[in-house]
Design a protein. Sequence first.
Length: 119
Amino acid sequence: MFGMGMPEIILILAIALIVLGPKKLPEIAKSLGRGIAEFKRATQEFKENLQVDNDLKEARDTIREVKEDLEETVRKSMTESTAGQEAEVVSEDVTGDSKESVEDKPQQETPSKEPAKDA
């Protein structure tokens, strides 16, 4: 434990027995054992909490990286889409032809099947 040999431990126990007495020594040893066990438990919990904190940090970093990659992909997509639209507009200006989309064309009125009312 602390680099002590057997003779040193026997000497310490003999001094403790003389100082504390035969009735108090078992109680103190029991309390010391409980304290050491509690210390080990607390140390283990602390290690587990550190591991959980590290895992959370790694997860947060991974989420941040995925978010940045996604934002970059969206930016590239938007840039390519905008560049394609600008090229289409330039080609329309050069040729003089206008490519109207379905939304840009006026809708034709369909004749109504109801008879016209004469007023």
